[in-house]
Design a protein around this ligand. Structure first.
Ligand SMILES: *Cc1c(COP(=O)(O)O)cnc(C)c1O
Length: 230
């Protein structure tokens, strides 16, 4: 990937975000673009930084931590993948936000390590809005209890919710899952009286729909960096 190709890809995505904001009467500055860099080289990440992208996401702690250490210091890094308890220490050390909190035990582990390491990470609760067995995340019915627990943990800053819609060629079919996450968030805001501003939802195939439904943070890999080869 060269600078020019990356800038072109970035430009096209920004245009799509802008159009979705216009359709939904939303402000462009309320939607942040994250570059998902799994399997992406540091060289390409540097190109992305120079093009003005500052927020990156990784779904594996080990892969991410190497990049975080070498990336420009103004870049911000979020952990977006499922987190195992033996990776919590590194996740807390290297990432400023964790999108994938879905059990009380995991939240307690993150809180414990944050205390020891003197950190105060931002966290999101991952919600399984589709009910697919293959997906991580708490069920919609369990979100409130987990939110209350996390909010009582002194080292964690609960900022919002995250979801992944089922993959489908037709992105319209993802809409109900994004709408669901927003509704869950709105209900929580009312019932608990603390704000949960962040809605992390939308990927390469479905982000315009996610923006229309209220996404504040979209996680884009393939459309920014090309197909991943495993
Ligand atoms: C890989 C990944 C993405 C980005 O997916 P693309 O379809 O490549 O844009 C977003 N969120 C999570 C949690 C991921 O693992």
């Amino acid at each position: 990937m060269n600078e020019e190709e990356f800038q072109q890809r970035l430009q096209l995505i920004r245009e799509d975000i802008t159009r979705a904001c216009v359709r939904a009467c939303r402000k462009l500055e309320d939607v942040e673009l994250m570059g998902v860099t799994k399997k992406v080289s540091l060289e390409t990440i540097m190109i992305a930084c120079r093009a003005g992208l500052t927020l990156f996401g990784e779904n594996k702690v080990q892969e991410g931590k190497l990049k975080v250490q070498d990336a420009p210091s103004l870049s911000r890094w979020h952990m977006i993948g499922h987190l195992q308890s033996n990776k919590v220490r590194d996740a807390v050390s290297f990432f400023s936000m964790i999108h994938s909190v879905d059990t009380v035990t995991l939240a307690q582990d993150i809180n414990k390590w944050s205390e020891r390491l003197g950190r105060r990470p931002q966290v999101l609760i991952e919600v399984n809005t589709s009910g697919e067995a293959s997906k991580y995340g708490v069920s919609p019915a369990e979100v409130e209890a987990l939110a209350v627990m996390i909010n009582s943990m002194p080292r964690l800053e609960l900022c919002g919710l995250m979801t992944m819609a089922p993959y489908c060629e037709d992105s319209e079919r993802a809409r109900p899952y994004f709408a669901r996450l927003r509704e869950i968030r709105d209900t929580l805001n009312q019932r608990l009286g603390f704000g949960l501003p962040v809605l992390s939802m939308g990927m390469s195939g479905d982000f315009p729909v996610a923006v229309e439904e209220g996404a504040t943070l979209i996680r884009i890999g393939t459309r920014l960096f090309g197909e991943r080869t495993y």
